[in-house]
Write a protein that binds this ligand. Structure first.
Ligand code: TXA
Ligand code: MG
Length: 329
């Protein structure tokens, strides 16, 4: 969907006035505010119900625009950005001295992303500055991949929602920290570890010493209905057992339903990871509404193209017994 110049102008006026504007990126919709305005940034936390202290991603139009937010551009980050920006990729880098604390959560680093979506790019070009934006969902909930999802999540907590259609990727960006000579994968996404490795050589995994990214906490991206991941080989027997005991089930699988039952709501997603990832959050939202006792998700392959999907499914499954999430952004 192409940007509407009148809506972009309206969005820029709202951002300049310290208001919140939701906008599409190719990953998920973001809830944006002027990253230089701490009062506007505070509104993001209030609208999401997100605890303060969780750092935000600053969205910029280019590597050149990113420079004003950082103290230093490591050569690794420069090479990766040249190869893969704009795109579904966020860098964590040493911050410049004047980045508002509200954005960094008091850390010594800042997260930066140049998105590729034409509406996001038009907004960033017209606004001219950085836009701080987390995913445009209430804290702990599923990220929105359509404008209607943002309205459902935030209602009138957001001044304007720019509609850019359904997000092409559908899962949050890959986050990579380039600090102290190390390149560390903090969150898997559409840009794979191999793509990063092809540019910089070694890419390590996050460990206790890595920058804290609350989106990496175990429970996140969760529907309200209890979600369980079931290995493909066990799916049919698990369904038969649950139906026999009177459960109403929702299922996400790559296969067709093995049995027909009015206790069963079945969503078949793409066999390829790109199509699966694009449709996953909308399917979770929809199945959250069908009053199932559980959402069962057929296990996905344990290989790199499925890494981001497997990560989000694990987090969606990590709920408290009452379905509440414990920490999420
Ligand atoms: O695809 C995306 O990344 C979307 C779109 C809107 O750009 N944004 C997004 O933002 O997913 P959010 O806030 O929902 O998740 C960003 C994650 C959070 O887990 C946050 O803790 C982490 O990035 N993060 C932000 N700044 C960081 C920093 N300086 N160091 C470590 N992690 C950081
Ligand atoms: Mg989020």
């Amino acid at each position: 969907m192409l940007p509407d110049p009148t809506r972009i102008e309206e969005a820029v006026a709202l951002l300049n006035a310290g208001e919140l504007v939701a906008f599409p990126t190719e990953t998920v919709y973001g809830l944006g505010a002027d990253a230089r305005n701490p009062v506007a940034v505070a509104r993001i936390f209030a609208a999401k119900g997100r605890p303060v202290g969780h750092p935000l991603i600053v969205h910029v139009s280019s590597l050149a625009a990113a420079q004003e937010w950082i103290a230093d551009l490591p050569d690794t980050a420069r090479r990766v950005a040249v190869a893969l920006w704009p795109g579904p990729l966020t860098f964590v880098l040493p911050k410049a001295a004047d980045v508002p604390v509200a954005v960094t959560g008091g850390q010594s680093t800042v997260a930066l992303r140049a998105p590729a979506h034409p509406v996001a790019r038009a907004l960033l070009a017209a606004f001219g500055g950085g836009i701080a934006a987390p995913s445009a969902n209430r804290y702990g909930r599923i990220s929105p991949t359509r404008a209607a999802d943002v309205h459902e999540e935030l209602g009138d907590r957001v001044a304007l929602v720019l509609d850019g259609g359904a997000c092409e990727v559908g899962l949050e960006s890959t986050i990579v920290a380039c600090l102290g000579g190390c390149v560390t994968l903090l969150r898997p996404g559409a840009i794979s570890r191999s793509q990063l490795r092809d540019v910089v050589g070694e890419v390590s995994d996050a460990d206790a010493a890595s920058p804290r990214a609350p989106g990496r906490d175990r429970s996140h991206y969760a529907p309200r209905t209890v979600l369980a991941i079931i290995e493909a080989a066990r799916l049919r027997s698990e369904i038969e057992r649950a139906l026999a005991s009177g459960e109403r089930l929702a299922v996400i699988a790559r296969s067709v339903a093995p049995v027909a039952s009015d206790q069963l709501v079945w969503r078949q997603l793409d066999k390829q990871p790109a199509g699966y990832g694009r449709a996953l959050y909308a399917a979770l939202r929809e199945l959250d509404r069908v009053r199932a006792s559980r959402i069962l998700v057929e296990g996905v392959p344990d290989d790199e193209p499925w890494a981001a999907i497997a990560d989000r499914l694990r987090r969606a499954a990590a709920q408290d017994a009452d379905g509440a999430v414990t920490d999420a952004t």
